[in-house]
Design a binder for this molecule. Sequence first.
Ligand SMILES: [Zn+2]
Ligand SMILES: [Zn+2]
Length: 303
Amino acid sequence: MRNLRRASILAGLVLGLVSLHAGAPATRTLRGGVETGAPATRTLRGGVETGAQTPTIPYDHIHLNVPDPAVASAWYEKNMTGGRRITEAPDRIMYGSTRLMFLRSKAEAQPSAGTAIDHIGFSVADLDAKMTELEAAGVKITTPARDVPGLFKLAFVEDPWGTRIEVVQDAELLGLHHIHMRGPNPEEVITWLLDKFGGKRQQLKGRIDAVRYDADGFSSMWILVQKGEAVPSIGHAIDHIGWRSVTPLADTINELKAKGVVATSEPRPLTLPNGPPINFAYVAGPNGARIELVERPGLKPGQ
Ligand SMILES: [Zn+2]
Ligand SMILES: [Zn+2]
């Protein structure tokens, strides 16, 4: 019964989406699609969580500012293991389905800490062993490993170009683990993300408010938010973070604009040296977090 109901909810949502594109009124379509006879609103609440009606936009990438992308990608390949080099363009490392990419900065980038995108997190199976390895490699350790009861072991390091990196031991999600945003009102950031990019409100280890991005074919990503004043991310070591538009980018940007989001650059195409062309645009995220939306036509989910 439960499965049947879920299937009919999904069918309803799919029909709703299809018909939205055809210009049919959403309410009528939803009612038509739900076969249980339950009112559409009640069904949505039961199946998708209250208010979580924004379809999830999968998480796509992190873009760092560095003086030399070749050197930086080698640093991450060596020290933040678990990624693999991809060939669509030089100096790109992919962790699960999340790309780590590098912009060549002319001036030296300022550190990421204190910006709206404060740091990124990697998860390893054995933090003590990893910290020994990083120390031996000469990596700058800013907070030694400590065990946070009920959470996990964690430490902070910094890459040579100012990106703050949290290293955690969370067996539930290894590899790229989280993006830690920052702002005076974390709840506002969480609400913004849920409204604009979907995702699921969840507590990391039942303790830390977060939004989790899961989508078919894509690896998972936690977005956490710490409380504090923040400066815009652009030009800092973590320049921006990116989500994947799985529908035409212009449509996604128009939907975001309809929700009051400001596009700081309109969609435009880019041909990658060894891969299919992409379309990309930037929007203004909360507290000056620079956010890219990228469409990768021809690539399957997670590619
Ligand atoms: Zn980017
Ligand atoms: Zn963190």
